[in-house]
Ligand binder design. Sequence first.
Ligand SMILES: *[C@@H]1O[C@H](CO)[C@@H](O)[C@H](O)[C@H]1NC(C)=O
Ligand SMILES: *[C@@H]1O[C@H](CO)[C@@H](O)[C@H](O)[C@H]1NC(C)=O
Ligand SMILES: *[C@@H]1O[C@H](CO)[C@@H](O)[C@H](O)[C@H]1NC(C)=O
Ligand SMILES: *[C@@H]1O[C@H](CO)[C@@H](O)[C@H](O)[C@H]1NC(C)=O
Ligand SMILES: *[C@@H]1O[C@H](CO)[C@@H](O)[C@H](O)[C@H]1NC(C)=O
Ligand SMILES: *[C@@H]1O[C@H](CO)[C@@H](O)[C@H](O)[C@H]1NC(C)=O
Ligand SMILES: *[C@@H]1O[C@H](CO)[C@@H](O)[C@H](O)[C@H]1NC(C)=O
Ligand SMILES: *[C@@H]1O[C@H](CO)[C@@H](O)[C@H](O)[C@H]1NC(C)=O
Length: 512
Amino acid sequence: MRPPAVFTALLAVAAAASARMMTKHEVSERQLEAAKRWHTNGGPAAQASGGNMKRSGVQNITFANPKASEFYVNGTSLPLVDFDVGPSWAGLLPISNSPNETRQLFFWFFPPGPEGSLDDLIFWTNGGPGCSSLEGLLQENGPFSWSWGQAKPTVNEQSWTNLSSVLWVEQPVGTGFSQGTPNIQNEDDLAAQVVGFMQQFLEVFAELKGKNLYLTGESYAGTYVPYIANYIYENPTLLDLSLQGTWTSDPSLSWDVVQEEIPAVDFVNKYAGLFSFNQTYMAHLEKKAAKCNYTGYVDKYVTYPPAGLLPLPGDSVEYAKGCDVWDDIFNNALIINPAFDIYRIWDTYPILWDVLGFPGSFPQKQSPIYFNRKEVKEAIHAPVDTKWTECSNINVFPDGDGSLPPAFTVLPNVIEKNQRTVIVHGLADFILIAEGTRIVIQNMTWNGLQGFQTPIANDSFIVDGVGAYGTMHSERGLTYYEVALSGHMIPQFAPVAAFQIMQYLMGFRDTP
Ligand SMILES: *[C@@H]1O[C@H](CO)[C@@H](O)[C@H](O)[C@H]1NC(C)=O
Ligand SMILES: *[C@@H]1O[C@H](CO)[C@@H](O)[C@H](O)[C@H]1NC(C)=O
Ligand SMILES: *[C@@H]1O[C@H](CO)[C@@H](O)[C@H](O)[C@H]1NC(C)=O
Ligand SMILES: *[C@@H]1O[C@H](CO)[C@@H](O)[C@H](O)[C@H]1NC(C)=O
Ligand SMILES: *[C@@H]1O[C@H](CO)[C@@H](O)[C@H](O)[C@H]1NC(C)=O
Ligand SMILES: *[C@@H]1O[C@H](CO)[C@@H](O)[C@H](O)[C@H]1NC(C)=O
Ligand SMILES: *[C@@H]1O[C@H](CO)[C@@H](O)[C@H](O)[C@H]1NC(C)=O
Ligand SMILES: *[C@@H]1O[C@H](CO)[C@@H](O)[C@H](O)[C@H]1NC(C)=O
């Protein structure tokens, strides 16, 4: 007797379901094992194999200047952190030694962890303009993390303090806890503020004088960092530090039309399943991209080596009239996915809780904001009367940033003077798009040639113990990485990859 069709179908479903049966315990075991493997592989101590990685001795930093003790932060008693984050120093310092100086930047300094180097100093800044570097500290590369969706702070196994000392600075004036009225006109003014602050910092923390310096930052800091580096190289007597290299991730290096508009529709096609646009809307986008000269741009002009200077698609460095596909895509992505996050495109409901109140691209405000708690401000010597926001509500460049994008000005000089330069881009970032950074690089001339001469190979970024994690290409002192499975904030979303890239930048490993 033949079983009825419906019964056969039910049997098939049951068989399929049982084949996939796993207990919750088994699922979490697998995940735990994977997480452990990741930590071990990414940890600086574990990977000393093959002579590829150099290690330093145990750190031991103390500061003789009695003023330093005023900034000391007790790492055992940070509010809501239930573990010891170790000693650190934080507070406000002026941007010049003028007795009437009213402008002060807020900093938080951590000495190296047990495996870190005593010879080096990493400077980190977030972008914006006007976004706080405490975001980097708390959610990206600091020793403790309280990231989106986390119920409480956790230890960051890939903290950059495992590499060396790290200094997070809220700059320029107008950002975070920093004090004073913004008045800078351009990036050179900004660099002068940072260098002025660093001079004051080195007076108090004089034991850090002479260290190797690495300037690092993300997003709009892709503009800050090359200008600060250039200022230091062009004014070599100002700072008693030895600048070695720069990291910029998901950086603003050039025009918006290049980094946001030209690659936007290609990006949607690449991640079609995550946008899930309907056919009618896709046809509209394709038509618009074609009309605006975005279609086929990459295939035609992004060649290795480049055939000549790369043209703009029209006569605007933002977008020609009717050619803002980026905003078109963003607005429509929000229709089907109100949780769509331009900083990490696969986010969906629910919107994750964020103690810094800046959850992706969303207007929701969380409360209380960690750095607005009085007891937190007191613990880190921040001004209790200053209301902290992750990104400033005032313009830190009151009349706009008068500098040209760094790819057209200072970046080549900085690459030429650096020992090593890394530019990093997360492949799942939509606010600045990796393919646009390729356009920037291929249109830039450094160390005597324009762009990369040979193609960027697939699967060329190999992370120790993990395997291929995107692409990597290195020529004439510039190493460019595209990190798979990462949005805008690379150390937050791909901490193991970020850590290895920093090891390379700092010369702690020979291969990228
Ligand atoms: C750390 O430095 C202090 C002061 O310079 C010194 O007394 C102490 O012996 C050092 N400790 C180690 C482990 O080197
Ligand atoms: C740090 O805080 C803990 C807990 O509140 C306290 O026991 C310890 O004495 C403090 N250490 C210093 C150096 O103030
Ligand atoms: C401080 O005073 C000097 C000399 O009087 C002046 O040149 C300078 O602009 C003042 N700085 C500030 C921040 O007011
Ligand atoms: C890296 O830093 C974290 C946070 O400070 C620490 O818990 C961990 O032990 C460090 N790892 C190594 C290998 O030093
Ligand atoms: C490429 O560089 C040239 C020369 O600096 C510039 O005129 C042109 O606008 C740039 N093209 C792009 C796409 O940025
Ligand atoms: C596209 O390129 C053509 C040819 O260079 C130019 O005439 C046209 O203005 C461009 N379109 C836009 C929207 O910029
Ligand atoms: C297709 O998507 C567009 C843009 O989001 C929207 O306006 C339109 O209503 C959608 N059409 C259908 C049939 O859902
Ligand atoms: C690299 O990967 C992309 C897809 O991500 C593919 O389209 C391309 O053909 C690959 N290139 C090579 C040289 O295999």
